[in-house]
Design a protein around this ligand. Structure first.
Ligand code: CUA
Length: 299
């Protein structure tokens, strides 16, 4: 199972936040011990006597605050430098999933973000509906996505791996199932993935799949989902399905992406993820087979 641990930073940005947290905690513990100790000592030692010069008790906290302020500025500089003029990645929050676009190549995907390791990516954050919050604890700070206001973070991973993120601003019934998978790979592997994502959707390879495609075009699927290369399928309301079968999870993390789960999902999305914007279509078993088989070809 993949992890999501704010105490295990895997990028320079996340490490800057972690380091600041550790130093601050040490300072706070020292202050706690010193103050508690001083109170206990004073209670027994200085009953009813005149105090020491008060300047010491003002100067010490002042110096501690200055020390932490300087460290915080340094941490902010490392974790959150100003954005690049043009983003490497645009992530948009939707109820209840994430869209990821790579402006330079034109690749579009959902809920599973691939990045090359070893270099910071400038990420622009947007929202289509309400406030969401993009947070991949091991890689970067958290940041709210706001409709009409573009925010920004830097995303980087030092080593290959799959890092779990989560929407961390309550955004509706399925807020808990707005997972993000960040798949960090060697740069050549990332390029390979990106080239594959740029291909149009695989044409049906069997009669059943061809019927599935026809069903996709004649049902309301096409009103929300895009499949590049399929006539009329260019809506951007719901996740782009051009390479849906290549993704690890369905419905923003609620199901592993297997043929059986895809079929379950198509059969009854409202049962699996109540409140999701995809309605139940009451497909027949045969229609589920056709649609399922077609979607499985979209690798
Ligand atoms: Cu999106 Cu919480």
């Amino acid at each position: 199972m993949h992890t999501s641990n704010a105490l295990d930073p895997q990028s320079p940005q996340a490490r800057a936040i972690y380091d600041l947290g550790i130093v601050s905690t040490i300072v706070f513990v020292l202050i706690f011990v010193a103050v508690t100790g001083a109170i206990v000592y004073a209670i027994f030692r200085f009953r009813g006597r005149e105090g020491e010069p008060e300047i010491i008790w003002t100067a010490i906290p002042f110096l501690i605050v200055v020390f932490l302020f300087v460290l915080t500025l340094r941490g902010m500089n490392r974790a959150d430098p100003p954005p690049a003029p043009s983003p490497d990645l645009v992530v948009t929050g939707h109820q209840f999933w994430w869209e990821a676009q790579y402006p330079a190549s034109g690749a579009v995907t959902a809920n599973e973000i691939h990045i090359p390791i070893g270099r910071p990516l400038s990420v622009r954050l947007d929202s289509k509906d309400v406030l969401h919050e993009f947070w991949v604890p091991e890689l970067a700070r958290k940041m709210t996505t706001v409709p009409g206001q573009l925010n920004h973070i830097w995303l980087q991973a030092d080593k290959p791996g799959i890092y779990i993120g989560q929407c961390s601003e309550f955004c509706g019934t399925q807020h808990a199932w707005m997972r993000i998978l960040v798949v960090a790979d060697e740069p050549w592997k990332f390029e390979e993935w990106q080239r594959a994502q740029l291909q149009p959707g695989q044409a049906p390879t069997s009669d059943i799949a061809a019927k599935g495609l026809a069903l996709f075009q004649t049902s309301t699927c096409i009103n929300c989902h895009a499949i590049r290369g399929v006539t009329g399928a260019d809506a951007r309301v719901a996740p782009d399905l051009t390479h849906v079968a290549s993704r690890r999870q369905l419905a923003a993390g609620i199901l592993e992406n297997t043929p059986a789960n895809m079929r379950r999902w198509l059969k009854n999305p409202q049962h699996i993820k109540p409140g999701v914007l995809m309605p139940d279509f009451n497909f027949t078993d045969q229609e589920l087979d056709e649609l399922g088989e077609y979607l499985e070809t979209l690798r």
